[in-house]
Design a protein. Structure first.
Length: 225
């Protein structure tokens, strides 16, 4: 059996960073499902597809020309769309908000479902997203729901953007996070929520190494590593 660790939760909870570190430590594959929705949103925007045209958006999702290329040592994965690196473009707040709209559409989620499941390959996969444990990998032996207060998540996002030289306002980021939480948690299709058999970790007062070590300890307890 190929082991799977799922990490779900709202934006800013640390899923991306923590998933990448865990996958690196274990030598497993990494699935950044959020990137697939962001790429769908970016491709739709570039090709002039309206965000309320569900059928056309599903076609975009099915035909995504994407690649995830390993970065240099200690560098993040490079994300390619139609042969162009878009690693920075898909991490903007506007792309994240568009991805949240796209992800609420059943036809788009269906189009991307098998694509995500195909990431389950030996020796294992760490899957980062919003419905990895509840929809995509329901049989995963370790399901983690990472969360943190909206204020803490906004603080992290502001710092992340400021470190990149982007001037942002805390209140604007907080408002965007709260709006996105509301949409993700209340959408009709695959709403954001902890899996019934998952473990919730509040990372508000935890460091990244503490979270990583705790999850790897849980994996060891389940004989996954």
């Amino acid at each position: 059996m190929i082991p799977v660790i799922t990490l779900d939760g709202p934006g800013g909870a640390g899923k991306g960073t923590i998933s990448q570190i865990i996958a690196g430590r274990l030598g497993w594959h990494l699935l950044d499902s959020g990137a697939l929705y962001r790429l769908t949103a970016l491709a739709a925007e570039r090709h002039g597809v309206a965000f309320d045209d569900e059928a056309a958006l599903a076609d975009v999702a099915r035909q995504l020309d994407v690649a995830f290329l390993p970065g240099e040592e200690n560098e993040p994965v490079r994300v390619m769309l139609e042969g162009e690196e878009v690693s920075k473009e898909i991490r903007t707040e506007s792309c994240g908000n568009n991805a949240s709209k796209v992800a609420a559409l059943n036809a788009v989620r269906d189009a991307l479902l098998q694509r995500q499941r195909d990431f389950k390959q030996a020796p294992g996969v760490v899957a980062d997203g919003r419905d990895m444990g509840t929809v995509v990998f329901t049989e995963a032996p370790l399901k983690i729901y990472l969360t943190a207060s909206a204020e803490e998540r906004a603080n992290r996002r502001v710092k992340q953007l400021q470190d990149k030289g982007i001037d942002v306002k805390f209140q604007a980021i907080l408002s965007e996070i709260q709006t996105r939480d509301e949409r993700d948690m209340n959408r009709a299709v695959a709403p954001l929520k902890p899996a019934d058999d998952g473990i919730t970790l509040d990372t508000t007062d935890m460091s990244i190494p503490e979270v990583v070590n705790h999850i790897i300890d849980l994996a060891r307890e389940r004989s996954l590593v």
